[in-house]
Design a protein around this ligand. Structure first.
Ligand code: CAA
Ligand code: NAD
Length: 309
């Protein structure tokens, strides 16, 4: 009897701490990552609003989503192209756009922020959204390198704030790092794990440490590749071939830097260098700085370490 009672109480308390599933998602920032996250959320049946600063940017984001969906559909519906077209239209129907974040977040379950990698800008955004978002709304950042707790400190919902770190290209990469700060509630964290699974992704649990798991390993590796090249110890082409054929990586480090975006890579390394100036792994690179100063940001601007069509 005591056992039944304990079980009953346990099941009551676990259902009380269970958060309703995420249905409506607001993605802020319609760039490389935001467009991909919106696409995946819309594909898995969520109602998505993608927010950016202008209609022109949002038009481009929707075009990117359409093109990516075409690539998915070409594979998924190879035998029946008409079903592929219906699939694309169904997904696009789940996704709308807006330039007015404040009004969208009044009735959303989850905010995923994917704007520029700058702490002050992210804090400014969340500070203003916190005042207007619904009480139950969970806030998350897709930051590559900034402490989630520092971003969350601009809000009053520390228990409903966590990290959802996706990987580029979002439609293809299976991983999501789910980040729990000391203030993130277990209920919020569990909801974020469930949401990641609902997107068809594999979540891993991360502490709120610089770069979480993947970037703490990947970014120093990419910076080491630049330094190796700066010392004249290998051409970028040879380094890329070496890591693809010798280590089995799908892209070499210079291809990957161009793919991630050199501005984002520079934001990450500069932030870590400021935090830990004596760590040689976080030393800035003159070559990276020069390319960014010249506006050569990688694939997204047509040129970075390489020229792109
Ligand atoms: N949307 C939809 N489908 C896509 C796609 C996209 N954006 N990109 C690739 N695909 C699919 C398509 O089906 C494509 O076939 P089609 O060209 O016929 O459409 C197929 O994948 C193969 O693509 P590619 O021929 O272009 O090249 P690939 O076989 O090398 O695969 C890749 C592309 C998946 C991107 C692969 O190169 C890869 O895994 N690269 C490494 C990416 C990586 O490491 N990402 C992490 C970056 S770090 C990060 O994101 C965190 C951070 O905070 C900075
Ligand atoms: P991006 O430059 O491609 O896109 C950023 C978008 O945010 C732009 O469209 C910009 O107009 C918009 N934006 C900026 N400020 C805004 C605001 N206040 N309100 C609304 N929109 C705003 O950048 P990205 O590569 O998509 O990176 C976005 C975030 O995701 C960064 O924090 C980055 O570190 C992180 N991230 C990047 C990658 C990657 O491979 N590029 C991978 C994982 C995480």
């Amino acid at each position: 009897m005591a056992f039944i009672t304990r079980q009953f109480v346990r099941s009551l308390s676990s259902s009380a701490s269970r958060q309703a599933a995420i249905k409506h998602v607001t993605i802020i920032g319609g760039g490389l990552m935001g467009a991909g996250i919106a696409q995946v959320a819309a594909t898995t049946g969520h109602s998505v609003v993608l927010v950016d600063m202008s209609e022109d940017i949002l038009k481009k984001s929707v075009k990117v989503i359409e093109n990516s969906l075409k690539r998915v559909a070409k594979k998924k519906f190879a035998e029946k192209p008409e079903d592929g077209e219906a699939f694309i239209q169904k997904v696009l129907k789940n996704c709308s756009t807006s330039t007015d974040a404040a009004s969208v977040v009044q009735s959303t379950d989850l905010v995923v922020e994917a704007i520029v990698e700058n702490l002050k800008v992210k804090q400014g955004l969340f500070g203003s959204l916190d005042k207007v978002a619904s009480e139950h709304t969970i806030f998350t950042s897709n930051t590559s390198s900034l402490p989630i707790a520092d971003i969350a400190s601009s809000t009053t919902r520390l228990d409903r704030f966590g990290g959802l770190h996706f990987f580029n290209p979002v439609p293809m990469m299976k991983l999501v790092e789910v980040i729990k700060t000391p203030s993130t509630s277990q209920k919020t964290f569990d909801t974020l794990l469930e949401f990641s699974k609902a997107l068809g992704k594999q979540p891993v649990s991360c502490k709120d440490t610089p770069g979480f798991i993947v970037n703490r390993l990947l970014v120093p590796y990419m910076m080491e590749a630049i330094r190796l090249h700066e010392r004249g110890h290998g051409s970028k082409e040879d380094i890329d071939v070496a890591m693809k054929l010798g280590a089995g990586y799908p892209m070499g480090p210079f291809e990957l830097l161009d793919y991630v975006g050199l501005d984002t890579s520079k934001f990450i390394i500069d932030g870590w260098h400021a935090m830990d100036p004596d760590n040689p792994l976080f030393a800035p690179s003159p070559m990276l700085n020069k390319l960014v100063a010249e506006g050569k940001l990688g694939k997204k601007t047509g040129e970075g370490f390489y020229k792109h069509k």
